[in-house]
Design a protein around this ligand. Structure first.
Ligand code: TTP
Ligand code: MG
Ligand code: MG
Length: 484
């Protein structure tokens, strides 16, 4: 039975988003919910109400699991035997990397229809710069992102979570606040207070080692960093100390960096004498690959496609690509793929130039997933000369119901301008049953959303709203609230 409509306690509106800074929040972060598991559940509706765990073969680790399985304590990177102990009735499935890659690209293409300025971080997430949202579409970034979230649900058949803020640091944190099917905003006015009790691990660049160091220094929360002088932070932690200073103030001046699919990183050499010998070419390739891997590590980027370039003695160019199962910066993975490509070309032909590189670049943070099952989908399973097409059949259409959970400040009072949308995602995707309890007040996103059960817009309407061609901005006051 549908939940009764809950209106905003403050103005009574149905389905609206309001925030004093709404027009100025222009950096979005989108992350798919339990990505691999959501795709499998979409494709196997009979598993909708089962805890689904991806990975976890004999010696494997868990890649991810659906939110229902998370209720049992199963997590990414957990050994399979542990996941089985925690969730004996779990449905364990091997990953289908090619499929996830395809679906990830579909989501990305849909994001690109909203703004060309996107920065992919991994297969299932990206930043979006929506600075020119009004100019391009006549709508606010928030409106476009909500429409995108629904369009992905309708067309791809999975839920995604979105964070919107005024910088990348906070947008990424926001997208994680209310998963699955979350939509959270963090504005300037509340950022410092919001961050004050958050763990230092939440900061970009803080891994286990830095977290340990901070803990040893008695610093557990971002709020504690806020109290420390910048010189002291720099002296103690080096350049990252300066970042801590700014992050704790909700400041981050990193731009959303578009990494075009065509951008690449490579190394090549022209020989003094032409070479046909396989071993000699192999040695050179190994050396060049070392350089590429070193550069990737230094720039903290990962390549999804390995490219081998050859020029024959009579100046004919040959370029060969191999798309990997996931982005990598690992020298051995790149070398293995490049060697495979090279050996296919060795037939006595003399070459004058050899080059190796990677293209289809990603941020390194999410490269080389820790999943032994990936070995079952080796890189050379997928050899393409271009990007994969969008050939997957869209998933079933689903309905979304939404309820309002008023947000509370740290003293437990409801804050008129900051409430939370808790959307109930479709059963075909990532919904544990019953719906998860609301996040603790301190973890709630800072947003006012008033929801109701809505008449569903048609796919055409949504698509039209996202792909509307550029038109000159008609001067109009920017709204702090919108209703949809
Ligand atoms: P995440 O976005 O980190 O996780 P998720 O989408 O499964 O769940 P969430 O709702 O919390 O975002 O990673 C995206 C995919 O990358 C994930 O579905 C599987 C893969 N992955 C691994 O293979 N190993 C890992 O350790 C992690 C974290 C992810
Ligand atoms: Mg995800
Ligand atoms: Mg992710």
């Amino acid at each position: 039975m549908a939940a009764p409509a809950i209106l905003c306690p403050h103005c009574g509106d149905k389905r609206s988003i309001a925030h004093a800074e709404l027009p100025e929040l222009e950096i979005g972060h989108l992350d798919c919910d339990a990505f691999y598991a959501s795709i499998e559940k979409r494709d196997r509706p009979e598993l909708a109400h089962q805890p689904v765990i991806i990975g976890g073969g004999k010696r494997g680790v868990v890649s991810t699991c659906c939110y229902m399985a998370r209720k049992f304590g199963v997590r990414s990177a957990m050994p399979a035997f542990k996941a089985r102990e925690l969730c004996p009735d779990g449905i364990f499935l091997p990953p289908d990397m090619a499929k996830y890659q395809r679906e990830g690209m579909r989501v990305r293409d849909m994001m690109r229809a909203v703004t060309p300025v996107i920065e992919p971080l991994s297969i299932d997430e990206a930043f979006m710069d929506l600075t020119d949202s009004y100019e391009r579409t006549g709508k606010s970034p928030a409106e476009n992102l909500v429409a995108l979230q629904r369009l992905i649900l309708q067309e791809v058949g999975i839920t995604v979570s979105i964070g919107l803020s005024y910088n990348k640091f906070l947008a990424k944190i926001a997208s994680d606040l209310n998963k699955p099917f979350g939509f959270s905003l963090i504005g300037r006015a509340e950022a410092v207070e919001f961050l004050s009790d958050k763990p230092v691990r939440m900061m970009w660049g803080v891994g286990p080692a830095m977290e340990r160091k901070l803990h040893q220094d008695g610093i557990k929360t971002i709020g504690q960093l806020h109290e420390i002088d910048i010189h002291h932070l720099q002296g103690r932690y080096g350049s990252i100390g300066k970042r801590f200073y700014h992050f704790s103030r909700g400041e981050d001046n990193r731009q959303v960096e578009t990494t075009s699919e065509r951008k690449s990183l490579s190394s090549e050499t022209t020989f003094s004498d032409d070479i046909a010998d396989s071993a000699a070419l192999g040695d050179i390739l190994t050396r060049l690959t070392g350089r590429v891997a070193h550069d990737l590590e230094r720039k903290r980027i990962a390549g999804h496609t390995v490219v081998l370039k050859l020029k024959t003695a009579d100046f004919k160019s040959r370029t060969r690509n191999m798309r990997l199962a996931y982005p990598t910066l690992r020298e051995d993975v790149i070398l293995q793929s490049a060697m495979t490509l090279l050996h296919r070309e060795i037939d006595g032909t003399k070459f004058r130039l050899l080059g190796v590189g990677v293209t289809d670049l990603f941020n390194a943070d999410a490269a080389d997933p820790d999943d032994l099952f990936a070995a079952s989908t080796p890189a050379n399973d997928e050899v393409t000369s271009g990007m994969p097409g969008n050939t997957t059949t869209p998933g079933p259409l689903t309905t979304v119901s939404a309820t309002l959970i008023p947000s509370q400040n740290k003293t437990g009072e409801t804050t008129p301008n900051h409430a939370v949308m808790r959307a109930t995602p479709p059963v075909t995707s990532e919904t544990p049953a019953p719906a998860p309890a609301p996040a603790p007040a301190a973890n709630r996103p800072l947003i006012t959303i008033k929801n109701d059960l809505l008449p569903r817009p048609t796919t055409e309407q949504l698509r039209e709203s996202l792909t509307r061609p550029y038109r000159k901005q008609v001067k109009q006051p920017r709204q702090h609230k919108f209703v949809f």
